[in-house]
Write a protein that binds this ligand. Structure first.
Ligand code: FES
Length: 88
């Protein structure tokens, strides 16, 4: 069972609920969920967060239907639906 305190929020990562503290970055929520890949390259190779500072663009995910959101630069909001396409 996931911890859920009064201060926690929930996001949906690839259809699974992840409970996080406010201020948690999406990339951390992905790691908590066990997601190691965020997307695939145009040639089908798996990609994952690399730099953690908004430079490499490898952490791009879909958030609430919006593509190319940088997981390492975006804070989780309660109820967000996050989708990845590059499971490793
Ligand atoms: S991990 Fe490099 S831009 Fe997000």
């Amino acid at each position: 069972m996931l911890r859920h305190t009064n201060d926690s929020i929930s996001v949906i990562v690839d259809g699974q609920v992840v409970v996080v503290d406010p201020g948690t970055l999406i990339v951390a929520a992905l790691a908590m969920r066990g997601v190691r890949g965020t997307r695939q390259s145009v040639s089908g190779e798996p990609r994952a967060a690399l730099c953690g500072m908004g430079i490499c663009q490898e952490c791009r995910v879909m958030v609430n239907g919006r593509s190319h959101v940088l997981a390492c630069q975006t804070v989780c909001r309660d109820g967000q639906i996050i989708r990845t396409t590059g499971h490793l």
